[in-house]
Design a protein around this ligand. Sequence first.
Ligand SMILES: [Zn+2]
Length: 365
Amino acid sequence: MSEIKKDWMKEVWRHIIAYGAKPMGSLNLRNTAGYLETVVREVCGNVKICQYPEKAWVAEEWALLDGEGKEIPSYLFLESGGSRWFEGRVEFAGYHRVWDMYVWKRYMIVSNEREIKAYITVREGEEAIPQMLFARGDLPHYMVGSEEEKRLEAAMKSRTLFRGYAKIQKQYDSWLQNITGRIGKEGKKVILCAHYDTVYSTEGAYDNAAGTAVVLETARQLSAYRVRNQIEILLTDGEEFNLRGSKKQAEAENEELAFVLNIDGVGRENTLEVWSGPETFERRIRRILDESKEVFVPKYICPPPPGSDHAPYYEKGNDVCMLTFNDQGILHSPKDVYEERKLENMEKMVRIVLELLQGLGVIEK
Ligand SMILES: [Zn+2]
């Protein structure tokens, strides 16, 4: 295997991070796409932008204040509704299922007229971050950290009034941009993908500038191999908004696929999560990773959870595998910034992806 040019991947990674937060529909995201277009052209010798019209949701301003007028740290769920100032008492509302993966406690704010004005979900064990709202709500829906739950419980007892507002915007003239490049001309198509958008609260060094840089570095290294399949490099938009970009891309796909390999999140932990399916495909992945020269602790999940870009392809009946080195403490957080140390797992991830492509017969020396 050729030596990884450490600085090339690092530069691409830093460059993507430098655009700041990149939520769907934002100028930052559009500028990032412009940059990535040049990088994909550089490594693949070709590039194609796949555009799809899509309404964008923007969080402009919001606040949630307790009975004493003190702000409760919060984020709006993606696609939350908006509201002018409201006030009401806190009541327990049941549970909120997020991404088919978490079930968290949900509270509501109820006015004197017994009208529900807003919802609050408590993220278990961690600080507040933005996440996708699948409840398709029209009211403000805040996420708060587990530390704030005491304040909600105290307010329920004392029956003090909470206040808040949420200013959101919808952009109807917006579009998604998936960026693709091709390597190789024969055989069934393999998709190697990563999303380049972020939620609005972070520049997303780990989620997922790192995955994007890993995919591009892997593509660059392929010049040292004989490529037996067509490999499509796919950088997706709108992953954080319920996989908007990959859903459109999978829907438009009319070629037969060998499999989809998705890199989403390259954090600092040692556990390599492997979300793959069906079981026949997971067995092939497992056999290769069992023989890997790299050091990591694999954690297999099958069928693959729906929380990333492989999901629309899995639903279409394709073989898929998503790889991540987790870093839950900084996920979707302003703390997810450039850090030299993250490069170690990024380099490891490139080598693992190359091992997989080799083991699956897509490339050979
Ligand atoms: Zn991600």
